[in-house]
Write a protein that binds this ligand. Structure first.
Ligand code: LLP
Length: 385
């Protein structure tokens, strides 16, 4: 039996909770992203933070994508999965000496640098190795992404990137940093951005900054616009999973790229979110004073997004076609925030039913923890069960 794209009988035999990845959907999504990116000569670096699962990384690497990393271990994971170091960008406000040295040894493509002290340390470590480190300045464009405050990154109050007001001083400083080669600028305004038009003010800011750098006689070869394209959590079966065509068309229309300049992107969520589901079982149906609780064997330790950002993940009972009832779907963790959904309509469920939390391929498995001494959820793949 299958329900939607879920092979229910096969899933039934697996110990829950676990992540299930639809590899065919991932392949189809990668194909679209690749086509839409290449249409304009743009370059794509998959944001490893969204999902660093080995098989998923390998598939994305094999399709020719680069990788956007935010820690030394992400850089290692990317290289081990087959991403060439020459296609790796490395962002993050707190890169340690160890991480910088690793990236220098691997000869990554570019450090997306977020502060003056970081620039000085990269210079020092690179010159000790006799290397020239390629860097892009991550600039905080003070553009509102109109998304959840925890995943907004491009406002002055956020910790990310250089303030525009400090650029003069940074450019002055760069003149004395002989082991640094400035190759571009980098931005990322936030995540789960649903309207392509939200990126319009970013493009305008980039266009202004291009003029600024030209006035300083600095040539920028690379403009990195970050990631942020959202998906429809209400409609996990939509295809394509996101409006990639509209997203890249907007940048193509609004960015005034100079001759020879290359625009880079760092999509994460939109590439992997819809191919993943968290599969769980109903452990108990518990009648409270005025609510019915479905207690499932997955918790916030397996998928923290609802507890952390009040995020919505569609839940389906793939074991039942019974009439719909209202439940609070909760996990077993000893925290009141361990709730996946409140007053949620689900086909009537009983102990042992399999429920799936959809759109969990991004920021799901990778954000799992072992709180309450829980085991980490294992991944299973549609082509290998
Ligand atoms: N580039 C940079 C510099 C980033 O900080 C991020 C995400 C991305 C690219 C990828 O953005 P995406 O295309 O996935 O929106 N844990 C949160 C999301 C945090 C995103 C952090 N940065 C969540 O579960 O919603």
């Amino acid at each position: 039996m299958t329900k939607g794209n879920f092979p229910v009988d096969k899933l039934k035999g697996i110990e829950t909770p676990f992540y299930y990845y639809d590899m065919d959907l991932l392949k189809r999504t990668l194909k679209i992203v690749k086509e839409e990116t290449k249409k304009y000569g743009f370059v794509q670096h998959y944001a490893v933070k969204a999902n660093a699962n080995r098989r998923i990384l390998e598939l994305i690497a094999s399709e020719g994508f680069g990788a956007d990393c935010v820690s030394g271990n992400e850089v290692k994971a990317a290289v081990n999965a087959g991403f060439p170091a020459s296609k790796i960008v490395f962002a993050g406000v707190g890169k340690t000496d160890k991480e910088i040295n690793l990236a220098l040894d691997l000869n990554i493509f570019c450090f997306n640098v977020e502060s003056l002290p970081e620039l000085e340390v990269i210079n020092e470590l690179a010159s000790k190795k006799g290397k020239l480190a390629q860097v892009a300045l991550r600039i905080n464009p003070n553009v509102d992404a109109h998304t959840h405050e925890y995943i907004t990154t491009g406002l002055n109050e956020n910790k990310f990137g250089f303030a525009m007001a400090h650029l003069d001083a940074v450019i002055e400083k760069l003149k004395s940093l002989k082991a640094i080669k400035l190759i571009g600028i980098h931005f990322h305004i936030g995540s789960q951005i649903e309207e392509a038009e939200t990126f319009e003010p970013l493009c305008e800011r980039v266009n202004e900054l291009q003029v600024y750098f030209e006035e300083k006689e600095i040539k920028l070869e690379h403009i990195n616009l970050g990631g942020g394209l959202g998906i429809d959590y209400e409609n996990p079966d939509a295809h394509p999973v996101s409006d990639f065509a509209g997203y890249f068309a907007l940048f193509n229309k609004s960015l005034k790229l100079r001759d020879g300049q290359i625009a880079h992107f760092e999509l994460g969520r939109s590439i992997v979110a819809q191919c993943g589901a968290l599969v769980t079982r109903t452990t108990y149906v518990k009648h409270g004073e005025n609510k019915v609780f479905v207690i499932v064997d997955a918790g916030m330790t397996d998928l923290i997004r609802p507890a952390l950002y009040q995020a919505y993940h569609k839940i389906e009972n793939i074991s039942s076609n019974l009439t719909v009832k209202k439940y609070d779907v909760v996990g077993p963790i000893c925290e009141s925030s361990d709730v996946f959904a409140k007053d949620y309509e689900l086909n009537e469920t009983q102990r042992g039913d399999i429920l799936v939390l959809r759109s969990a391929g991004a920021y799901g498995e990778i954000m799992a923890s072992q709180y309450n001494c829980r085991e980490l959820p294992k991944p299973y793949y549609s082509d290998k069960i």
